[in-house]
Design a protein around this ligand. Structure first.
Ligand SMILES: Nc1ncnc2c1ncn2[C@@H]1O[C@H](COP(=O)(O)OP(=O)(O)OP(=O)(O)O)[C@@H](O)[C@H]1O
Length: 238
């Protein structure tokens, strides 16, 4: 599989909160994520999974460490340049979807294109194709009328609008029932396996962890089991 590896090392992020002092949420994390692979950040609640995902995607800037992509180190970029990097290279799927409930599935997918220079007609066609691939009923006038699993697939379609090489997903199955969660896991797995994307998820869903090529375990902000290659996944991708 060709393409760029997202390579992070020595990442540190400390939150400070008025009256509560400082807390180091990520403490020296390192990982490599390659195209065509699916990596899970796993660990107990509060261990730093989401924070690490935000760092890797450029949503947060680390206090120390580097996140390399080509010749770029995201850690050295201003917020505006990290935003630009994300627009070009990354799609982000949030646990609670972050959809606009009164808008149609297609318009939700197109939200990411509001500020883009692409032709609206081309984007609308792509949004429709993505919804079809992900088996979302397109005729619904409002996203609020979709099931939660369908809503999460709209969020995945939105993340894929510009065909980014890297997909981040924060607890993508956490608020779904088993069947809908399994469907989202299959979609993410296919994005890595068939579309060659780099997929990185924060999750404690065992069904999701089971299909990942790598599971990075975090406790108290530190990686305690780095890049374990799962037997089943290793056999499947070899
Ligand atoms: N904006 C913030 N300000 C202060 N502390 C924060 C902030 N966001 C997260 N934290 C703290 O940082 C630690 C790591 O949080 P994080 O959300 O990364 O963990 P997590 O492993 O994703 O948890 P969960 O599985 O419950 O979502 C927690 O102790 C949390 O309370």
């Amino acid at each position: 599989m060709t393409g760029q590896t997202l390579a992070a090392s020595g990442l540190v992020l400390t939150y400070s909160e008025a009256g509560r002092g400082r807390m180091t949420a990520v403490n020296g994390a390192a990982l490599d994520a390659r195209p065509g692979s699916m990596t899970a950040l796993a660990g107990p609640s509060g261990s730093g999974k989401s924070t690490l995902l935000y760092l890797l995607s450029g949503l947060l800037r680390p206090d120390a460490g580097s996140i390399r992509w080509n010749d770029t180190d995201l850690a050295n970029l201003s917020e505006a340049r990290r935003d630009a990097w994300r627009r070009e290279n990354a799609g982000f799927v949030f646990q609670n979807f972050h959809l606009i409930e009164e808008m149609s599935p297609e318009d939700n997918v197109l939200v990411g294109g509001w500020f883009a220079q692409w032709s609206v007609r081309g984007l609308r066609r792509r949004a429709g194709e993505l919804l079809e691939q992900l088996e979302v009923p397109r005729e619904r006038t409002k996203v609020a009328l979709l099931s939660r699993g369908e809503q999460q697939r709209v969020a995945i379609a939105r993340a894929l609008l510009f065909d980014p090489p890297v997909i981040f997903a924060d607890e993508p199955t956490a608020s779904l029932d088993v069947a809908a969660g399994g469907n989202v896991v299959s979609v993410l797995r296919r994005l890595a396996g068939e579309a060659g994307k780099t997929v990185i998820c924060a999750s404690h869903d065992v069904d999701l962890l089971d299909v990942c090529d790598h599971v990075v375990r975090i406790e108290h902000g530190k990686i305690v089991a780095p890049q374990v290659v799962q037997k089943a996944a290793a056999e499947r991708v070899s």
